[in-house]
Every structure is written in C-alpha cells, then in structure tokens.
Ligand binder design. Structure first.
Ligand code: FE2
Ligand code: FE2
Length: 192
C-alpha cells in the first residue's frame, strides 16, 4: 500500500493517541483489510484507511467516548449507549469526520459497525469486521480456523463470526444490539 500524505497524517494521530499495542493492531487490521479487499474485489485504498482508523477512539476515556456517541448523528441503539466496549466504534466514526474531514459513508459505516455489524453491510464493512478478527496480532482460540475460513469464503466467515459473537454475548449474559441480530439473520443462510 502506497503511503501517501493523508495516510501519514492518520498514522501520526494514531501514534499519539493509541498505545503501541493498539497502534500495531491498527496497522495489522489495515493490512488484513487490504488482503481481503484484493481477494474479494473490494476497494483496497478504502480498506486500508478504514482498517487503519477503525479503533481511533478506543483508548479515549469512556466518558469522552460516550459524549461523542450522544451527539452522534449516526443511528445508535439503546443497547449501544449502555455498553462501554461498544462506544469506540461510534465515536470513531464521528472522529474521522471531525478530525480528517472524511465524508465517504462507506468508510464511516465500516468503522461504525466494526464491533456490532448490521443488516445490509457493504463489502467494505464486512472486510473491516473480518480483518479485525483475523489480524496478525489476534491470538484467541479459534483464530486459525477463522483465518482459514476468511481466506476461503467471506460470507461463511462472517456467518461464523456472528454466530460466535452472539453465543459469546449470551454466555456472558450481555445485551445484543438489534443491528447484530439483523446481520446474523442475513448471514445465517451461509452456514455450512
Ligand atoms: Fe474496535
Ligand atoms: Fe480492532
């Protein structure tokens, strides 16, 4: 991926506002997103930008994230305003508009839905959701299986990822945003 001036500005901001570990994760997600975009006919430049910026708000204090969520013009459901780990995706989608003037709704939505997913996801949104799960720094139990699946069939990988995410939320007794259920209902037809 060519490092143009704009990408340099994004990286400088992330370096200043994220831990080394999270910055490295951001680079890895951007690279995984480009790999998936090339494989599945997505826009590699948009994939790099969205992947790089997806966790831009992750290390802001939760109260600051929530303040951004509350003034967001994006669709936000009640479940999301009550779950701290979900704030950063919405706040991030706002921040990239405010800080960098990003107006591309595909990029904004890919960042906004990278944790919860939604119905009618664009290819870019699916790519960022999956890239976040298979990036090089990930080491959860099923990561090898997920990488393999993402390499073979993007829809099936998405289906498995959503099944895992929802059953994990149920097991932990967490709430589930409606948009996640909408994505699940769309992707369950790709079940093996
Ligand atoms: Fe995230
Ligand atoms: Fe992430």
């Amino acid at each position: 991926m060519k490092d143009n001036k704009q990408i340099g500005i994004y990286k400088a901001y992330l370096k200043e506002h994220l831990s080394k570990k999270r910055y490295n994760h951001s680079l890895n997600v951007a690279n995984a997103a480009v790999m998936l975009a090339k494989k599945y006919g997505g826009d590699a430049d948009k994939a790099y930008t969205a992947g790089l910026l997806h966790d831009i708000a992750k290390e802001m204090p939760a109260q600051e994230q929530l303040a951004i969520v509350k003034r967001s013009s994006l669709d936000v459901c009640e479940v999301e305003t009550a779950a701290v780990p979900l704030f950063h995706a919405i706040a991030g989608a706002e921040l990239v508009q405010e800080l960098f003037g990003i107006r591309d709704m595909e990029i904004i939505k890919a960042i906004r839905y990278h944790t919860v997913a939604c119905g009618g996801m664009s290819k870019l949104s699916v790519i960022i959701y999956m890239a976040d799960l298979i990036s090089e720094d990930r080491d959860y139990k099923d990561v090898a299986r997920m990488r393999k699946l993402a390499d073979k069939n993007l829809e099936r990988a998405m289906c498995e990822a959503l099944r895992f995410s929802i059953s994990d939320s149920v097991a932990k007794g967490n709430t589930i945003p409606l948009s996640t259920l909408e994505a699940y209902n769309e992707y369950i037809k790709f079940k093996k």
